[in-house]
Design a protein around this ligand. Structure first.
Ligand code: C2O
Ligand code: CU
Length: 581
């Protein structure tokens, strides 16, 4: 046995014998499963879907901004997947982008997402990687409440409004549009009392449709855009691009039974789906599904130019450290139409290079006037601060998704600044599933090595903490009896990595700075071997599973420990479990 493996094991055993301080922050534990299922979008109207937690939309995950989310994700889908926390500037390793954050989670396997430092507001989660997974029902809201309940304007009741398009991806009895996972025929009314103030948290989770939403008989007051508070703006109708969220307040002062109606931004004269807002005691028949409220078809739309951040934010600088222009366009490729950014199509792209601490200005311009050419552009891990609005340079609205309109319309071009404060490699892409799948995606790469572990930020799966990253394969057949594969640990080239395996995690990980933390239960943990990380920062540990069906269901946990030239000399890696299937 190499000396380091002995040393690391000794540290594990010492720690196990004398557990020390644990984190004080409160932890919210969630188990979330993705699996195929069937839901009814209206009574007697079943559709086949892929679902988080068995529901459409998936469960609302809710916590306070000072809490940590520890979410154990189980993949029971027939293909690998991940969870992306849209809009939350999580650290790269938790961002849920296959092969950028971590390998995807294989069928039958699990991954532990740990999110802290979450921003208050209305956010959402969905898969990444295989673009079509976004269109099969896998999505839900992540609501983060502010510590101070008065940080948000007062309201009496709250309702989430998740909009989605449903083109029957897996077979079923419905094709069309959904509000809260239900068609117009399946809506339960939102019941309000006269005088109440209703807060709606509206998400456009569709894969192919930018919407307009309006409540007949009522204006809406926009209070948050993409989770971030804005100065109140009263609007008749709200355009909402794919991936965007708006929180609105509605003063319920107009008794009746009203249509909460949704149209496509490209055609406001057809109601695609509608919810119902019913004042208590009002008994008239709800408006028909086809009814088009006047404000839906012709009410003044919210314009980005009206938005201003509620609180001062980092001001727009006249002298950004770098400026980029991204031209959005289409061209015909060998396999049909492709979507491009600066003439390039994913994955053959030139990264947008940035450095930690910089202010970078990004101009996104649509070269196409086609009506199909709406591009809700989303940047992972960061916020855009949008120029050219009522917020000026001190209160620019803070968003994670900006809907770029067809050329010739207002907002066919948008200028935003981004504070580069989250090292790594981050996707910047159109949230239209077809546009994304046909190339409209690029990356923002940090230059430098923030954690000084010898792995550049853009390829480091944990760029801000010097931690060996333990990874298991994304392919399901790596976990069957008789399989041969390897566990990979990303770590400093030339440094020695040791791998330990056991049957479970400690109930509470033991923090041990600067070494990292112990997650694997050292009782019964076995030393699996040592390997030196190669020039690509990879240390491989081959394994083969004996061909015995009796092993099916066995769950093994792996944790690495490694040498480093950094102070302390040893670092504990992340833990990763696999289950034999
Ligand atoms: Cu909402 Cu890259 O995603
Ligand atoms: Cu697009």
């Amino acid at each position: 046995m190499h000396p380091i493996s002995g040393r690391a094991l000794t540290v594990l055993l010492v720690i196990a014998a004398a557990p020390i301080a644990v984190r004080s922050q409160s932890i919210v534990n969630v188990d979330l499963r993705a699996a195929p299922g069937t839901v009814e979008v209206a009574p007697g109207v079943p559709v086949n879907a892929w679902l988080f937690g068995g529901t459409l939309p998936g469960p609302v995950i809710r916590l306070r901004e000072d809490q940590t989310l520890r979410l154990r994700f189980h993949n029971d889908l027939p293909e690998p997947t991940t969870i992306h926390w849209h809009g939350q500037p999580v650290r790269l390793g938790m961002d849920g982008v296959p092969e950028v954050s971590r390998p995807a989670t294989a069928t039958g396997q699990e991954f532990l997402y740990e999110l802290d430092g979450l921003h208050p507001g209305t956010y959402w989660y969905h898969p990444h990687g295989v673009p079509s997974q976004l269109d099969m029902g896998l999505m839900g809201l992540l609501i983060v409440d502010p510590i101070d309940p008065h940080a948000d304007p007062a309201y009496d009741l709250e309702q989430v409004v998740v909009l989605d398009d449903w083109f029957d991806p897996l077979g079923g009895a419905f094709s069309g549009h959904l509000l809260g996972g239900r068609s117009s025929a399946g809506q339960a009314p939102i019941v309000v009392q006269t005088g109440q103030r209703l807060r709606l948290r509206i998400l456009n989770a569709a894969a192919l449709t930018n919407y307009v939403i309006a409540l007949d008989g009522h204006p809406m007051t926009v209070t948050h855009a993409d989770g971030n508070r804005v100065q109140p703006v009263s609007v008749q109708a709200l355009p909402i691009g794919m991936g965007e969220r708006y929180d609105v307040l509605i003063d319920c002062q107009n008794p009746g039974v009203w249509s909460l109606a949704v149209a496509s931004l490209r055609n406001r004269n057809t109601t695609l789906v509608r919810g119902i807002v019913q004042y208590a005691g009002q008994t008239q028949t709800p408006p028909s599904a086809a009814y088009v409220p006047a404000n839906l078809s012709s009410g003044t739309l919210l314009d980005y130019a009206q938005l201003a951040a509620f609180h001062p934010v980092m001001p727009i600088t006249p002298t950004p450290d770098r400026s980029y222009t991204l031209a959005l366009a289409t061209t015909s490729g060998s396999s049909g139409m492709i979507h491009t950014i600066n003439g390039e199509s994913w994955p053959n792209v030139t990264p947008v290079l940035v450095a930690d601490g910089e202010q970078v200005q990004i101009t996104m311009t649509n070269l196409s006037a086609m009506m199909a050419g709406y591009h809700p552009m989303h940047l992972h891990g960061h916020f855009f601060r949008l120029l050219g609005t009522a917020g000026g340079v001190t209160h620019p609205p803070v968003k994670d998704t900006i809907l770029i309109r067809p050329n010739g319309q207002p907002w066919s071009s948008a200028v935003a600044q981004v504070a580069m404060d989250n090292p790594g490699r981050w996707l910047l892409h159109c949230h239209d599933m077809n546009h994304m799948a046909s190339g409209m995606m690029t990356v923002v790469d940090y230059v430098g090595d923030t954690d000084a572990d010898g792995i550049g930020d853009a390829s480091d799966r944990e760029p801000t903490q010097a931690t060996p990253v333990t990874m298991i394969a994304a392919s399901a057949n790596a976990f069957v009896p008789g399989a041969t594969d390897q566990i990979t640990v990303q770590w400093t080239p030339g440094e020695l990595v040791s791998l330990f395996a056991g049957f479970g995690e400690l109930a509470t990980p033991v923090m041990m700075l600067p070494y990292g933390r112990i997650e694997l239960d050292p009782a019964g943990a076995l030393f699996m071997g040592s390997s030196t990380a190669d020039a690509n920062a990879q240390a491989g540990f081959a394994y083969s599973i004996p061909p015995s069906p009796a092993l099916v269901g066995l769950r093994l946990v792996f944790q690495s420990a490694a040498t480093t030239p950094l102070p302390g000399g040893v670092r504990f890696g992340t833990a990763q479990a696999l289950t034999i299937r």
